[in-house]
Ligand binder design. Structure first.
Ligand code: ARG
Length: 367
């Protein structure tokens, strides 16, 4: 704890913090085992955590992060309510804003607030007797879990899971997404009229809720944050991975492609049209979304600017490159400073919430 705090307070960005504040923090730690960030420290720290996160291609925008300070919330009910406020504020009627909501950090006695859902909004995946899944297979374990807790979904491929909140006082509780909270986009293709008959849709707001914010020696175990989507995350992963919605075969078939062997490149051709349809649909719905070309260009511009200032940008090359057409973007053609997962502040994976040992099962590529 103390080492973390000292490290944080030594950051050049915080050099304006008066020596009295540093002294007070160290005194508080000595006396109570912890200390409390000011709202300003929390905001700057959360922005730096974003800037430091080697896997994010959107870091050019780190200074735009807004903070919703929910550190006064301790009951599960009030936390769930705040999470819906997070969704509404960051969705911003489609003009998605980068927002982080911060709840009380892990207490010195280890007590922690946790959300079991990987995102505040995420579709359920219902296991069928034949082993197939209706909905998103990525959440099949969590869906089993919430059903054991008594939740019943409608059983469609796009049912929002309830939010599963664990607090030291209330234990585990779940909350359905309130009507009118989640903005969703139906997927259509500008040139292929049959596309909308596939009935695909996706939510506008990726609000990551299972990573911890590590800042100044404190761990904020519940700190959901939103950025805007990239077309490829939905089109070239969520809809097309074989262990997700697996839509390439149906798209290819409707396109009239020969799916009998790989060498017709039907997967590649379907992947492009699907990802294009996602981007087109978000655009048409007025929902902010990055395309992979612009995101990569912005990221490389950002890295070059930082380099000119003599700063490093630790980066995970395999994560900042898109899952399709990487070589058509500038991030593919250069190397970066190696990722540094130890640098703090940062967003880190954490042990699954106790109440839901399945919550963290998803692999790194799901984030
Ligand atoms: N890849 C995740 C998903 O498809 C979202 C990760 C965060 N992405 C973002 N653009 N902030 O749902």
């Amino acid at each position: 704890m103390r080492r973390g705090a000292e490290h944080f307070f030594a950051l050049p960005e915080l050099s304006h913090i008066p020596p009295e504040r540093r002294a007070q923090v160290l005194r508080d730690i000595e006396e109570t085992g912890t200390y409390t960030h000011t709202a300003e420290e929390l905001l700057i720290g959360a922005r730096l955590a974003w800037r430091n996160h080697a896997r994010c291609v959107g870091r050019m925008h780190w200074k735009s992060l807004k903070l919703l300070d929910f550190r006064d919330r301790t009951s599960a009910d009030s936390i769930a309510e705040a999470c819906w406020e997070h969704v509404r504020t960051s969705t911003n009627a489609g003009k998605i804003e980068a927002v982080i909501s911060v709840f009380p950090p892990r207490a010195p006695d280890g007590g922690a607030i946790r959300i079991s859902n990987p995102h505040l909004l995420r579709y359920a995946g219902y296991r069928q007797p034949d082993g197939s899944v209706v909905g998103d297979p990525a959440t099949a374990d969590l869906t089993d879990h919430v059903q054991r807790l008594g939740w019943r979904g409608a059983g469609t491929p796009y049912d929002f899971l309830p939010l599963v909140v664990t607090t030291p006082d209330d234990g585990v509780k779940w909350y359905d997404v309130p009507a009118g909270t989640a903005l969703e986009v139906p997927i259509r293709h500008p040139d292929l009229p049959w596309f909308e008959e596939l009935g695909l849709k996706w939510y506008a707001n990726p609000a990551l809720s299972e990573m911890a914010l590590e800042l100044g020696g404190l761990t904020y175990t519940c700190a959901p944050f939103t950025g805007w989507y990239l077309n490829t995350e939905i089109g070239a992963r969520n809809f097309s991975d074989e262990d997700r919605y697996n839509k390439l075969p149906i798209v290819a078939e409707k396109m009239g492609l020969d799916t009998s062997n790989d060498r017709t490149m039907w997967k590649d051709r379907a992947l492009v049209e699907l990802t294009y349809a996602v981007l087109h649909s978000f655009n048409a719905a007025g929902v902010r979304m990055y395309d992979h070309h612009t995101a990569a260009r912005h990221f490389v511009q950002y890295v070059e600017r930082e380099e000119r200032q003599g700063r490093t940008v630790p980066t995970d090359w395999s994560w900042v490159n898109p899952p399709l057409s990487s070589s058509t973007t500038p991030a593919f053609h250069r190397t970066f400073d190696p990722p540094d997962f130890d640098v703090r502040p940062n967003f880190v994976r954490q042990q699954a919430a106790d109440a839901c040992p399945h919550a963290m099962r998803s692999g790194a590529a799901d984030i």
